[in-house]
Design a protein around this ligand. Structure first.
Ligand SMILES: Nc1nc2c(ncn2[C@@H]2O[C@H](COP(=O)(O)OP(=O)(O)OP(=O)(O)O)[C@@H](O)[C@H]2O)c(=O)[nH]1
Ligand SMILES: [Mg+2]
Length: 356
């Protein structure tokens, strides 16, 4: 099972956002422009209902401009979503957001009908930075790690414009394995919820397919002819060697190499890159959901068999069913299997009309 992180405080955030939603006019979901599919919250469609939504591809200064455009085209090609790209620290583009929000809820203006806008998104995507840029002062705490904002904060942008900053939130079950790794690589997942070596290798796997020259340039990798075809562990080892992450006896310190790779990706030191295209992500999602459906069908069949069914092999089936229950417990982890299991619920994927 891939990376999962839905600690208690996110459960609280989910409840708080759902409660606040009743008085919200426009919802801004901040996505990480380097992983626009992986950072889109599939629960949000249900939580926001029919409210106008704006997807903001943030940190576009770190992303591949061509791919950012592909994602914006993809989102804007859907009637129910508007999307714009942004660097949260730049004042002028951030002001475009205010205009877009006003256009999305033209009936809200004046002090008796203020426009109420909620900013949400995965941890560390830049929500509080955007809020600060919009109000022109450091109203909210920011920082380069997941979980800086702990409680909702309301800020008055104008006498008739309220902004709500919310704590970062993921979802109970990340079905697309690559999405878990991409989120962890971006800094959206708590340090204890993922393995750095495994995540760095998964990140290199995504990077090498499209940006092998950037890897070669950054790390001056030696001994690998074609980086795009190299095994992930071979690549991490070569990077560790190139960076002097070597232990006594000459063995490469893979943990140190992984930290270097993750830090470089987070700071943009490898160059501008986007880990997924709309088509790629749709393909991963389709496969992941098919696998989920297969597992559910298998569990249902086992449950049916355990309830009675044929007497032949009953004991065996019961054992298998008990095992599947144990797996289930591991899977759910958060006590919220319903959200977790909702297929394609709000995730980007061509043809998925429920997407937000
Ligand atoms: N390069 C770049 N960095 C950004 C951008 N927006 C935010 N950051 C950085 O990303 C990190 C996280 O920013 P925050 O504003 O604290 O993110 P958040 O979404 O509020 O995070 P949580 O409160 O933990 O959910 C900080 O180090 C910011 O400086 C951006 O557009 N480009
Ligand atoms: Mg914050």
């Amino acid at each position: 099972m891939g990376i999962q992180w839905f600690p208690g405080h996110m459960h609280v955030t989910k409840k708080a956002i759902s409660e606040r939603m009743k008085e919200i006019d426009v919802v801004i979901e901040l996505l990480d422009a380097r992983l626009p599919g992986s950072s889109a919250n599939p629960m949000l469609g249900n939580m926001t209902g029919t409210r106008p939504k704006l997807k903001v591809l943030n940190k576009q200064d770190l992303a591949d401009a061509e791919r950012t455009q592909a994602w914006l085209d993809w989102y804007n090609g859907r009637s129910e979503t508007q999307a714009i790209g942004l660097d949260a620290s730049e004042k002028a583009p951030a002001q475009r957001l205010i205009k877009a929000c006003r256009e999305l809820a033209p009936n809200r203006s004046g002090m008796d009908k203020p426009l109420r806008v909620l900013i949400c998104g995965v941890p560390n995507v830049g929500k509080s930075t955007l809020m600060n840029t919009l109000v022109g002062r450091k109203a909210a705490k920011t920082g380069d790690e997941a979980g800086i904002t702990r409680v909702e904060q309301r800020i008055l942008l104008a006498s008739d414009f309220y902004l709500y900053d919310t704590p970062g939130m993921l979802w109970p079950k990340i079905v697309v394995e690559q999405a878990g790794f991409h989120l962890a690589a971006s800094g959206a997942v708590g340090r204890n919820a993922y393995d750095e070596e495994e995540t760095a290798m998964a990140l290199l796997n995504s990077i090498k397919r499209s940006y092998a020259p950037l890897l070669a340039q950054r790390y001056k990798i030696k001994g690998i002819d074609d980086i795009s075809l190299a095994h992930d562990d071979e690549l991490l080892t070569a990077i560790g060697k190139a960076r002097g992450a070597v232990m006594s006896g000459g063995r490469v310190n893979l943990q140190k190499a992984a930290e270097i790779v993750l830090n470089d990706f987070r700071s943009g030191a490898m160059g501008r890159m986007t880990l997924e295209t709309p088509d790629e992500f749709a393909d991963w999602l389709k496969k992941a959901l098919a696998e989920e459906a297969r597992k559910q069908a298998e569990k249902a069949a086992l449950r049916e068999a355990a309830r009675g069914g044929s007497r032949v092999g009953d004991q065996q089936r019961r054992e298998a069913w008990l095992q599947s229950q144990a797996d289930d417990g591991e899977d759910a982890g958060d006590g919220e299997p319903d959200d977790a299991d909702a297929p394609g619920d709000g995730h980007p994927g061509p043809g998925d009309a429920a997407n937000t």
